[in-house]
Ligand binder design. Structure first.
Ligand code: BDR
Ligand code: CA
Length: 313
């Protein structure tokens, strides 16, 4: 089978970085057409710089990287330096990138790519706030019918929230964008905190990254060393959750994960619960399913895959 063509929409972020590395290490299954950056974990200038750093770390300066939205659709940008550090990629010391950003806006790159490629052959992998994806749908509504699938990290049901008591970061930062996306009719696969909080980098798993003894293995281990302090102290967990790599692992081996087709609505009215993903996990409404909401994974298989693929870079 030929590899699946994807666009990675992202706000790196250490876990975004690992998701990108996994995709670039997996050419049999994944053809990365380009990376579109969005403001999220840190402001846009830094998410763009970090995406370039990661492409160079992977030895892939040929990957086109575009700058996208600097601000959410209608709210003030909220960032997460308290989790990811001032640069968004704190942990390893990595060289400043030499490769340039592409000319043009990430939203136009998404639209142009979907118009150019045959219908239903391009998958969007969204690892940050959904601003770029929603703006592309607003500007060119016809692309909704051309997207093969949108696989995104965002939301929570059982885990409720991480940035507020009821909201997960990516959805909270731009709930208006999330609402547009979840109402679009695109086939959506959601990786909420319910599953990503089970993808924990325990000490033996981080030792396995470090034991690769390569620049990539060391960088990923050092990113995780930094990133884990937040979740360890907050949740008393065994290590950092690798949220975003679940998305690219799904493209490679979807059977690692399981979930339910459910209705997901986004709270955009109440400040108290802004950005909440109201997932009808128990099927108690008549609202039609609009997403495959992932709830579980085989964590050992996930980490075995990730480590084996990182070893190739
Ligand atoms: C999500 O928010 C960011 O901090 C991570 O990169 C991930 O995409 C988890 O809530
Ligand atoms: Ca992210």
């Amino acid at each position: 089978m030929s590899p699946r063509k994807i666009i990675i929409d992202t706000d790196p972020g250490q876990d975004d970085a690992v998701a990108i590395l996994l995709a670039l290490a997996s050419p049999e299954e994944i053809d990365v057409l380009g990376i579109s950056c969005v403001a999220g974990n840190v402001p846009l200038a830094l998410t763009c710089k970090n995406a370039l750093i990661i492409c160079e770390l992977a030895g892939r300066p040929d990957v086109p990287v575009y700058a996208g939205s600097e601000q959410p659709i209608s709210r003030r940008l909220v960032t997460a330096e308290h989790v990811h550090g001032e640069t968004g990629l704190n942990g390893p010391v990595l060289p400043d990138p030499k490769m340039p950003l592409q000319d043009g806006h990430a939203v136009d790159f998404i639209i142009d790519t979907l118009r150019r490629e045959p219908p239903n052959t391009v998958t969007l992998c969204a690892l940050g706030p959904l601003t770029n994806v929603a703006k592309a749908l607003q500007k060119a509504p016809e692309i909704a019918d051309r997207i093969q699938e949108l696989v995104l990290m965002g939301g929570a049901y059982f885990e409720v929230g991480n940035i507020t008591p009821t909201a997960e970061f990516n959805i909270y930062v731009d709930p208006q964008a999330a609402e547009i996306v979840f109402k679009s009719g695109i086939p959506i696969v959601v990786f909420p905190l319910d599953v990503t909080h089970k993808a924990l980098v325990t000490k033996p798993r981080n030792d396995a990254f470090r034991a690769l003894a390569t620049p990539v293995g060391n960088a990923v281990a050092e990113m995780t060393d930094f990133f884990e302090r937040f979740d360890k102290s907050k949740y008393d967990s065994e290590g950092a959750p690798l949220h975003d790599p679940c998305v690219t692992a799904y493209i490679i081996a979807s059977d690692i994960f399981s979930g339910r087709h459910v209705n997901v609505e986004i709270e955009t009215g109440s400040e108290l619960t802004m950005g909440m993903t109201v997932a009808d996990w128990w099927d108690v409404t008549d609202r039609p399913a609009n997403a495959l909401f992932i709830g579980d994974l085989d964590a050992d298989r996930f980490f075995d895959l990730l480590t084996a693929r990182l070893a190739r870079l």
